[in-house]
Design a protein around this ligand. Sequence first.
Ligand code: GCU
Length: 431
Amino acid sequence: MNSHLLLVMILGIQMSSGYAQDTLKSMQQLRAEVNYEEKNVPDYALPSLFAGSNDANLIDATTWNNKIRPEWLELFEREMYGHFPDEGLHVSFIINSDQMVFGDKFRRKEVTINVSNGRHGHDISLLLYLPTKVRGPVPMFVGLNFYGNHTIHSDPGISIHRSWARNNEDYGISNNRVDDKSRGIRANRWPVEQIIQAGFGLGTIYYGDIDPDYDDGFNNGIHSLLDEEVDKSTLSSISAWAWGLSQALNYFEQDSQIDHDHVAVIGHSRLGKTSLLAGALDQRFAMVVSNDSGCGGAALSRREFGETVHIINRSFPHWFNERFNHYNEQVNKLPFDQHSLLALAAPRPLYVASASEDLWADPHGEFLAAKEASKVYNLLGEKGLEDASMPAADSPSNKGVVGYHMRSGKHDITSYDWAQYLSFASRHFKK
Ligand code: GCU
């Protein structure tokens, strides 16, 4: 066969499958096409939350809980987030340190979560700060952090991890290793004093301790414990990170100083995508917080505003399962949109937040998803998001069981954001 004909045939095969076709578009092209104009959002129809019926009145709470909810969860795992198969893994906890710090204002604990497959093990370090002035077990916030537990506070007693870390000149991180120089560099995102003052404890894990955030074919982190036969196309880093959050909750259940019935799972950006999935999978989390989670998190995929499914899959192939690529050029074929993921938090308190300058994460798409998900809250007898349209910046809408705000400013999690989450949690966790 002549080589020209062969090329034409190969191209023909590629053009006929959505997934192969996208390899023809360069990342540069994709980024150049990113839409930041509301008027250019394509027409779209969201799949009904109520499985085939658009009318919540035709569905009752029992049908939602026993039938529709599990079906959505299964679809999300199959088509997007994948799954972490923990069958055959054994998890144990070792309390490495437990002491009063900062003039006895807080208690700091470090716990090793050891995960073993019987042949070898993998350690994940959980850092806890608990208030000492609260009587009885304390409610908690738990979330993953981007660079290491030692980066969330300048406390010199926090252990430094030895896992892979993303290089960052500003933070003095090179050769993918962290040291003393990065202590406290992310303290601005973790206002520990503010959290403790509000009567909450904080638990955090470095996400790279669970699974390093790069595409290595799922061989490192906790994936290293899986059997060789496991189907790698079903794995994803986000599902592994979410699994790690549930292990923290398993530890909380064993610690009498922690009120494990009142634990809010929180995350920023890719880790906000993770907190949403963790909250959907594990209903023991009593509240779910998504901060600027954007595409693949709280933002509606069909709006194609800011980051798109196609771009995220190309940039971070390991975040989702292989199947999710199928929708790169046909988001309208997704059997769900992100409002369904938010609805999986119902009837538990859910808080979604955006930032006004964070157009990449599509603030309006995050609001609309929370608004849509509120229908399931209503079905379950709770008040969802009250505002009919997007509230102005810095005017939180938080009277119902679904809260939303758009902070003015950039992609970040700030003490303003935390203040909203803390007061929302205080209101809902009050016994
Ligand atoms: C990138 C990515 C986003 C993600 C963000 C983050 O911007 O495109 O999807 O949320 O990183 O995690 O910081």
